[in-house]
Design a protein around this ligand. Structure first.
Ligand SMILES: NC(=O)c1ccc[n+]([C@@H]2O[C@H](COP(=O)([O-])OP(=O)(O)OC[C@H]3O[C@@H](n4cnc5c(N)ncnc54)[C@H](OP(=O)(O)O)[C@@H]3O)[C@@H](O)[C@H]2O)c1
Length: 240
């Protein structure tokens, strides 16, 4: 199927990695729909996408909101899931079940439910790309929840690839990416993290969202990739 006949649905696609993926896919001719839980963000995203792109507002944490979203989304060729609230690192001594439910709820449980809801709208040639991260492989202190989410997604895509074949299911595992996810940390602290990482990483810089978007598009186009976790980390895991 030609890319210009694709419909790509990006959940969490109004900012960051999801928006960059929507921009890249639409620049290649795909029709894209981005979903945010804030109307102003969906509107801002549409200003950065070609005319004819769609922007929906839905709180993915709301089960009914998810059902209504898929009812109006129509046929889906490729589903991309990048929804996540702002990053926070919590040591296990400060762990709360509320923080855990938020992190694992939005990034794992809602992602899996989105897969369930998407399948009836997808053709056999379709693909699903979820999101994890390097925290699955090398977490730092305070990363137990982030690591748990990333590890869960990495395992889930393998199981789903087997269960949902011939629909392909993969994940992208980014290292640190300059995106709005870091806003809550504060610009001076995130700038310092980015500066230190840029010096340390083999790639010599922190990833931009456009670097990671290429991975999602690759997994959409690569008809032989399923059950894969595509690491795009600038050499993070290669470092000793
Ligand atoms: N950036 C990194 O360094 C990095 C590294 C590894 C993995 N990741 C993972 O990559 C994914 C995407 O991150 P990003 O960097 O692109 O961050 P981002 O720019 O903050 O994107 C996350 C998107 O999720 C949306 N969202 C949050 N809660 C939602 C809800 N309840 N319903 C619907 N949409 C919701 C946000 O929409 P609103 O703005 O409207 O809330 C936002 O557009 C996340 O899972 C993150 O953990 C990121």
């Amino acid at each position: 199927m030609n890319i210009d006949s694709w419909h790509v649905l990006c959940l969490g696609g109004a900012t960051g990695i999801g928006l960059a993926t929507a921009q890249l896919a639409s620049s290649r001719g795909a029709h894209v729909t981005v979903v945010s839980n804030r109307q102003d963000e969906a509107d801002k995203a549409l200003e950065q996408l070609p005319q004819g792109s769609c922007g929906y507002t839905a709180d993915l944490l709301d089960p009914q909101g998810r059902v209504e979203l898929f009812d109006k989304a129509g046929t889906i060729d490729h589903l991309v899931y990048t929804a996540g609230e702002n990053v926070s690192f919590t040591r296990i001594t400060d762990y709360t079940t509320q923080a855990a439910s938020m992190m694992l709820g939005l990034r794992v449980i809602c992602a899996l439910d989105a897969v369930r809801l998407a399948i009836p709208h997808m053709s056999n040639q379709g693909s699903i790309t979820l999101t994890s991260g390097t925290a699955a492989f090398r977490p730092g202190p305070g990363w137990s929840l982030v690591g748990a989410f990333c590890g869960a997604i990495n395992s889930a895509v393998k199981a789903l690839a087997v269960e949902l074949a011939p629909v392909r299911v993969n994940a992208v595992a980014p290292g640190v990416v300059r995106s709005p996810l870091w806003d809550q940390v504060g610009s001076s602290q995130s700038d310092e993290v980015f500066r230190q990482l840029s010096t340390a990483l083999p790639a010599g810089r922190v990833a931009e969202t456009s670097d990671i978007a290429k991975g999602y598009l690759y997994l959409m186009e690569q008809g032989y990739a399923t059950g894969s976790v595509l690491l795009i980390d600038g050499g993070t895991l290669a470092m000793g």
